[in-house]
Design a protein around this ligand. Sequence first.
Ligand SMILES: Cc1ncc(COP(=O)(O)O)c(C=O)c1O
Length: 365
Amino acid sequence: MIETPYYLIDKAKLTRNMERIAHVREKSGAKALLALKCFATWSVFDLMRDFMDGTTSSSLFEVRLGRERFGKETHAYSVAYGDNEIDEVVSHADKIIFNSISQLERFADKAAGIARGLRLNPQVSSSSFDLADPARPFSRLGEWDVPKVERVMDRINGFMIHNNCENKDFGLFDRMLGEIEERFGALIARVDWVSLGGGIHFTGDDYPVDAFSARLRAFSDRYGVQIYLEPGEASITKSTTLEVTVLDTLYNGKNLAIVDSSIEAHMLDLLIYRETAKVLPNEGSHSYMICGKSCLAGDVFGEFRFAEELKVGDRISFQDAAGYTMVKKNWFNGVKMPAIAIRELDGSVRTVREFTYADYEQSLS
Ligand SMILES: Cc1ncc(COP(=O)(O)O)c(C=O)c1O
């Protein structure tokens, strides 16, 4: 048995998402780039590479990882590049997308050897949670003023628009794309490619992938553009668990169980977005609040039901633990960082990364 805590990536489950992505690519003509900000565990890139067109990035280090570990088409994007990194970014990228007109003007010449694009902000999004809403008031994420964009059209041949966030609703996606067309259609007709970003839950069980693909194909035919999708969460959804062990149980008006992990250190997004972890089947007569071992009072994974009383040494699997977890894990409290393991297609499990005291020590100085 592998020592906990560890993330366990299941290749069979990952393949299911990959096959849906491949289906959408084929039906729609869109290309799919893995958004490394969500998931960058390169040990499974050998599998993903066969189903996706490449990667997109948010920084110099991500674009380099995409080029070196995934290969294929590599897009660079960042909210802002520094003078000291732009040459290296360009050296790793096939296309570069600037977040603002001023960044485009500043670096267009340095990036003259590769395709250049600009991020547009349509000022409408699927998110009502302002922390994650790219269209929030005063957003810095992209340009929205059509006459201003018109003035730089000679320096770009593509756009990126990311305004979906965990959007499971095809109707909403369709309406927002209609608004984008109304507002930016004349500009879109003048470029060669448009990336529609991530945040679209098209690998979910009930998502109407055929209607989605037809909508993408109609868009690309109307404007004569190559569409890109940048699935992060949709690429890896439900593929991975975080495996933990109960270290202690208490009763403080509720049954509590403390595990050898921490929501703040190992599943940080749940804390940021005020969501709870998922445990399956979450049935039975014993209810427990499952807590992390950091000092944060609110280090709580959630309350779940179990068939039996929990005891020290019992193992628990948190579901859906691939996206924005391994890329965000941290050394808060010096809590042991989860190892990374892979369940191969033949059912065997191998550990691909373990973290030790030396990793903790070397993350500081
Ligand atoms: C520009 C861009 N592309 C892609 C993504 C990936 O989004 P998701 O993981 O929700 O699919 C994000 C997420 O923030 C993003 O900002």
